[in-house]
Structures are given as structure tokens and as C-alpha cells.
Design a binder for this molecule. Structure first.
Ligand code: UDP
Ligand code: MG
Length: 332
């Protein structure tokens, strides 16, 4: 780890990865706040902005920002692929010794970057920004988030730290591991946790959005939560064997009761209600089991198709690849 040590103590390169979906209202503010902070930390940095198929003027603003400051680089997706995929694309292209995914709405305070870097220089490979207080979230989001972390904490094969979002510092080692992960289902919080390495935390209080509205509405978060649980646990699959066993056992006991009762009291014809209840209950259980199986099979299907994770419409500021399709440096 000699290389890592010298890299951390001397001059190093820092990459910020900011996914943006309809963030036209905040993106200039984001650069205004972030640039001076980065300049104070290291002379060598890049901000990789991933436009996740915005429908507003985000891309135009990003292009203008790139013209003002070449350290701002832009990847524009062909459509909305979701935050996790946008992060993946940014992390793939990041060239820094340390990479920091950060929300563009300034809810991840850029001032904290200095603390993250400091911990990294102490030798940690992964430094998490953990929320010490979630009062900036609504009641519903707070309680559902709590529930989610409790459920996934119980079920997941790797412990996923609660109250830590995507805002964190990743050393090159961790970034390379993430880049090598082939899966299509990108539940980033789980992937970071799976990678492991020496991890430290830094506490912060999450401010409210600087401008604009949330892009992660209920359904997106619900799907993300399902993604998290289903791609980091096989417990939902396994549990059906136990449910089946339990039901079979109960059926056996009930069968014995019926036999004994018939022997003692003779034939008992009425039984329509209990029959119907048993049939409905068991078909309900069957369907739930099938549904869960379907969730996993669907995921296998997605993985097997091996479609690209995302499509890039244009890039700006990366010298390795020419910018294809429309937008170029001279775009308005
Ligand atoms: N985001 C994205 N694609 C999406 C949704 C969100 O890239 O489909 C970005 C968004 O632009 C922001 C970050 O993810 O930079 C966090 O989103 P948001 O602030 O809306 O979520 P919240 O903080 O409300 O959970
Ligand atoms: Mg936000």
C-alpha cells in the first residue's frame, strides 16, 4: 500500500460525480459553491456532471459551465436512466485518486468534502457522510427510510450502513472494484457496502434543497428500496420453503384432527366454509411465492440480456473519446 500512501500525502487528483436530472435551477449555484472549496483542497480536480436525460436547460447550462471552466466535464444520457445508473457512469469515467459522488442540489454540503479528504489522507479507503439528523426530510420519508434500513439491515448479506446516502469518498481501490462489478441492478449503497475496505464516517446535518424540487418521488424510492432488498438478499426466496413446511405441517395436524373426529363422531359433511378458506389462503400464499420468484427471475432476465446500462448522447471535456451525436463545444 506504499503507492496509496504517497498518493494521499502528496499531490492528488479529486473527482466529483454529480448526477443531475432537471437541475437547471441549481446547477450554477452548485458550481459557485463547490469550485472555491475544491480549489482550496487540491489544484487538481474534476467535476463530472451526468445529465440524466433532463428535460429542462440543465445540459445547456452544463455546456456553458464547461466553457467557463474546463474542469467541469459533462456526460449527457440519451434519456432518464435513474440516479444509480448516472452515478455508475460518472464513477466509470472518474480519473481521480479519490472520487466523491455528490447530489447537485447542495443537500450534500460541499464544505464537508474537506473532512472527507482529511479522513482519506489518514488512511481510510472509504469515508461515509452520515446524517446525524434527518429533520430536513418529511415525516413520511423519515419513517419509511428508517423502516427500510431496519428491514435491509436484517436481510442483507452485507451490512448496509443506515442514514448514509451516496455522499461519500471512495478511494481509487474501491472505485476500481465498483467499475469491475458487472451487474445491471445498480443499488449503489449496497455495492459500496459489498466492496468493504477500511471505512470511516463523518457526521453532518442534511440541509434542505437549495432550489427546485425532489426528483426522487415515492415510486422511484419504493423501487429503489425493492432493488436494494432483492439484489442484496436471497432471504425472500428462501423463506418460501419454510412457509411451505409450516403450512404442510398445519395441514397434517388438521388432517389428523379430521380423521380422529370422523372416527369418533362419524361422517361430518358440512365443511364448506373451512374448505373455501383453506383453498383461498393456500392459493394466496402460492401467488405471493410465485410473485417473489418472478421478481428474481425478472432480475436474472435483465442481467442475462446484457444490454448496456445506459446510452450516452454526448460528452464534453473527456479527451479519450470524441463527442458523438449532436451536442459539441459550440452548442449554444
Ligand atoms: N437524480 C438523477 N436522476 C433521477 C433522479 C434524481 O440523476 O432520475 C439526481 C438529482 O438530480 C439529484 C440527486 O439525484 O442530484 C438526488 O435527487 P433529489 O435531490 O431529487 O432526491 P432527494 O434528495 O429528494 O432524495
Ligand atoms: Mg436532494
Amino acid at each position: 500500500m506504499n503507492g496509496a500512501k504517497s498518493r494521499r500525502s502528496g499531490r492528488f487528483r479529486l473527482s466529483l460525480v454529480a448526477p443531475m436530472y432537471n437541475e437547471g435551477e441549481v446547477c450554477d449555484l452548485f458550481f459557485e459553491r463547490t469550485l472555491p472549496i475544491l480549489e482550496a483542497i487540491t489544484p487538481d480536480f474534476e467535476i463530472i456532471c451526468v445529465d440524466d436525460g433532463s428535460r429542462d436547460d440543465t445540459v445547456l447550462r452544463l455546456h456553458a459551465a464547461h466553457r467557463r471552466d474546463k474542469r467541469i466535464k459533462v456526460i449527457a444520457f440519451s434519456r432518464n436512466f435513474g440516479k444509480e445508473v448516472a452515478l455508475t457512469a460518472g464513477i466509470e469515467r472518474a480519473t481521480g485518486d479519490a472520487v466523491i459522488p455528490i447530489d447537485a442540489d447542495l443537500q450534500d454540503p460541499p464544505e464537508l468534502i474537506a473532512d472527507l479528504v482529511e479522513k482519506w489522507r489518514e488512511g481510510y479507503d472509504s469515508v461515509l457522510a452520515v446524517r446525524t439528523d434527518r429533520s430536513s426530510d418529511g415525516y413520511l420519508k423519515r419513517t419509511t427510510a428508517n423502516l427500510f434500513y431496519r428491514v435491509i439491515g436484517r436481510m442483507s448479506d452485507v451490512p448496509i450502513p443506515a442514514n448514509a446516502g451516496d455522499f461519500r469518498l471512495l478511494d481509487r481501490v474501491v472505485v476500481d472494484v465498483l467499475r469491475a462489478m458487472p451487474e445491471r441492478n445498480r443499488f449503489m449503497k449496497g455495492l459500496y457496502a459489498w466492496a468493504g475496505f477500511r471505512t470511516a464516517t463523518v457526521g453532518y446535518v442534511r440541509p434542505v434543497r437549495a432550489a427546485g424540487t425532489t426528483k426522487l418521488r415515492f415510486w422511484k424510492l419504493w423501487n429503489l428500496a425493492l432493488e436494494g432488498i432483492l439484489s442484496f438478499s436471497t432471504l425472500p426466496l428462501r423463506v418460501w420453503s419454510y412457509v411451505g413446511l409450516a403450512v404442510a405441517f398445519m395441514a397434517g395436524v388438521y388432517g389428523a384432527v379430521i380423521v380422529v373426529r370422523t372416527l369418533i363422531y362419524g361422517v361430518d359433511v358440512p365443511g364448506y366454509a373451512s374448505l373455501l378458506v383453506a383453498i383461498l389462503f393456500l392459493s394466496g400464499i402460492n401467488m405471493i411465492g410465485l410473485g417473489i420468484l418472478g421478481e428474481y427471475v425478472g432480475r436474472i432476465f435483465l442481467e442475462v440480456k446484457r444490454r448496456p446500462l445506459y446510452l450516452v448522447g454526448s460528452t464534453l471535456g473527456f479527451d479519450d473519446r470524441p463527442a458523438p451525436v449532436k451536442a459539441t463545444d459550440d452548442a449554444p
